[in-house]
Write a protein that binds this ligand. Sequence first.
Ligand SMILES: [Zn+2]
Length: 209
Amino acid sequence: MEIQNARLVSGRVDHVESPNRGGRFTGGTPDTIVLHYTEGRNRQTAVDILTDPGRRVSSHLVVGRDGGISQLLPFDVIGWHAGVSAWEGRTALNNYSIGIEIDNAGQLEERDGRLFSSFDQEYPAEEMVRGVHRNQTEATCWHRYPDVQLQEVDELCGLLVAAYSITQILGHEEIAPSRKIDPGPAFPLDEMRRRLLSPAVSRAPPESV
Ligand SMILES: [Zn+2]
């Protein structure tokens, strides 16, 4: 997979243009990746929402549970995924970031030993992980991210870090903590950014003694 003219080039990528967009990034941006989950049924329902002119939301990428990818905006154009947001003195993170939506049902509710999403679809126990959200205190149930999907997000972030000098990978839950809980504790955000944003550490030659 590679990036040409601000677009992914790969047989695994569908290109669908979203009309929901701002202007071009300026002044050394994008320098941040913001990760989201879709809290939806599948990749197609997310793409439908994120390209609907009536919804005024979008993201650059949507990653399906099978690892398939939809690109909705070129990487040099501002998307509408972060909303009211703030991080380290900056607000309106859309102006600085590439948005990646990951197909995932989000937080699951346990009712009579069964698991349901916020949109009332039932999920089997093997698709659930229990975890404490960074903005919460109790362990709750979350929809699992399949390994193939996590690998795809990892590869995409690595590619974008290299192509756009990305210095931060953040969760929506961090830049809008009073409103948002995505991508949630089922996503290995801390591990991933520690690894992808520390090239000096991970690529350094072994110390000579
Ligand atoms: Zn989000």
